[in-house]
Ligand binder design. Structure first.
Ligand code: FAD
Length: 339
């Protein structure tokens, strides 16, 4: 049904590093396609924290993650890179110079080289094992990310978890919510001393109620309307928190998904690469961004950008075996994407 696509470079993952790799490919006149399992580009930045400012993007003292993605899209616009969204790449076969990728909905893509920019893989939140979870997830009564803080104004919220996300969001939402319960299965929270003292101040003011040591036990309500969150101590004493919203912050599960079954070396959640080229153990397949690992790797966007440039340069001779790449700066030839 889907007609095959033929490109120089197939980029798996349209997070910040995949987007910028498409730019670097465009600068070298390599055609590319961006494929992502999500229905929008932007990876973690768009899906997890669009409103959070990022402070370590070079030349941007502060930029909200969503705005960074908008700028990356504007930067690649001249190259008209096709996108294949809402499709997970399931299969990769072939060899250097001649790969075939197949997506979950049957799209077939032929490429001379592959850049895997899959981040944490098919990432997703760790969901609590509670009966009837799905209906509350669908209605938004249970959420794992705060996409728009203002949605939570006036709500009665249970924030579950003992790490930074739980603490930061408890503090932030306590300013606009009717009530915030902070639930943790231990007495102590893991957080910066400054954060912990702000939590204590909010507890004293009555804006946050600590519920420790308790863990999630059950959900009360019907048709997606949450009326109460059951919590229990380790010895089984149950208490019901009157709340309409539950935000579990139990971290992200990292699962390479189908990539782990491809013919390249992987660890539990990353792909080892040769640092100078970002090439994986499978010649012609490169990995950049959070998914790539090598000594000294930092899981930061700025490092992923540089890796995209290095991978594109390493790919050039695969696509043009007979042409030496005459490296030029982006300023030496007018506007990117123009002949
Ligand atoms: P991702 O952004 O994870 O994108 C990978 C994409 O690949 C995803 O969209 C996924 O759907 C897709 N994908 C995976 N497998 C497949 C497949 N088989 N088929 C199709 N698509 C697939 N970094 C900073 O530098 N500064 C910060 O201030 C900062 N703050 C952060 C705050 C939070 C709350 C979080 C969670 C992260 C933060 N990071 C920050 C880290 C930063 O977001 C990541 O380093 C960055 O998103 C990695 O980009 P990426 O393109 O490698 O992967």
């Amino acid at each position: 049904a889907n007609s095959p696509k033929i490109v120089d470079v197939a980029i798996i993952g349209a997070g910040p590093t995949g987007l910028f790799a498409a730019f670097e490919c465009g600068m070298l006149k390599l055609s590319s396609v961006l494929i992502d399992a999500l229905d929008a580009v932007g990876g973690q930045c768009a899906a997890l924290y669009p409103e959070k400012p990022i402070y370590d993007i070079p030349a941007h003292p502060a930029i909200p993650a969503g705005a960074l993605i908008d700028s990356l899209e504007a930067q690649i616009a001249p190259f008209n890179v096709p996108r294949v969204l809402s499709q997970r790449v399931e299969k990769l076969s072939g060899r250097r110079g001649d790969f075939t990728l197949t997506t979950s909905t049957g799209t077939v893509i032929h490429a001379k080289a592959v850049i895997v920019a899959a981040g944490a893989g098919a990432f997703g939140p760790n969901r609590p094992p509670l009966d009837g979870l799905e209906a509350f997830e669908q209605s938004g009564a249970i959420q794992y990310y705060v996409r728009r803080r203002s949605d939570f104004a006036g709500r009665r919220i249970v924030v579950a978890g003992g790490g930074d996300s739980a603490l930061d969001w408890a503090l932030s939402l306590a300013e606009i919510a009717e009530k915030v319960f902070l639930l943790h299965r231990r007495d102590r929270f893991r957080g910066a001393p400054e954060t912990l003292s702000r939590i204590e101040a909010f507890v004293t003011e009555g804006r946050i109620e600590k519920v420790v040591p308790y863990q999630l036990h059950g959900l009360q309500g019907e048709a997606g309307v949450l009326r109460g969150v059951e919590v229990a101590t380790l010895d089984g004493q149950v208490r019901v928190l009157e709340a309409d919203t539950l935000l579990p912050f139990y971290g992200l599960s990292t699962d390479l998904g189908p990539i782990a079954a491809w013919n390249l070396d992987t660890t539990r959640s990353q792909i080892p690469v040769t640092p100078s080229s970002l090439e994986t153990s499978l010649p012609g397949v490169f990995a950049i961004g959070d998914v790539a690992s090598y000594p000294g790797k930092l899981k930061l966007i700025l490092q992923g950008f540089a890796e995209g440039a290095m991978a594109a340069h390493a790919i050039y001779p695969i696509v043009h075996p007979d042409t030496a790449l005459h490296f030029e700066y982006s300023t030496s030839k007018g506007t990117p994407g123009q002949p």
